[in-house]
Design a protein. Sequence first.
Length: 176
Amino acid sequence: MATHLILQKIFKTGFVSEPAPQADLNLRTREQALHADILKVFGQSVAIRHVDAGSCNGCELEIHALNGPHYNIEGMGVKFVASPRHADVLLVTGPVSRNMEVALKRTFDATPEPKWVIAMGDCGCTGGMFGESYASCGKVSNVIPVDVEVPGCPPTPIALLQGILAAVSKAKKTAS
């Protein structure tokens, strides 16, 4: 009986989702430019190792969005890897907690040269509202050298994509 009432309500209400977003042609142009730069510098794809150094997971949600079909970051030649030994770029989120300080340094040391570090989010760039304390080292650059900062709380997937493009551009200048 209850199932029947629920189904009636569903059919009466209809679809209530929002319409799909319009295609962003500028994004397509940026994707093609990023893919071309990645091929020039790295020869194939750029491998990113993500390190959560103590974040609230807001930045991680944006990273997952960037990995989704809307942005198709793998189609541009950007992939995430599980080991720092396979990475070209370290993407670090959150203020570096004291418990993660040694692990972050080891991850940085395990990443082969040449390597680039992207600090993501206000916490990664400045320490955010946590700053430096007995439990936090603060911003990522207090622990390892940072090449690119992507501010925001959390930054949008497009801002992160621009940060990756900035790291690749830096790599392109180094390679030249």
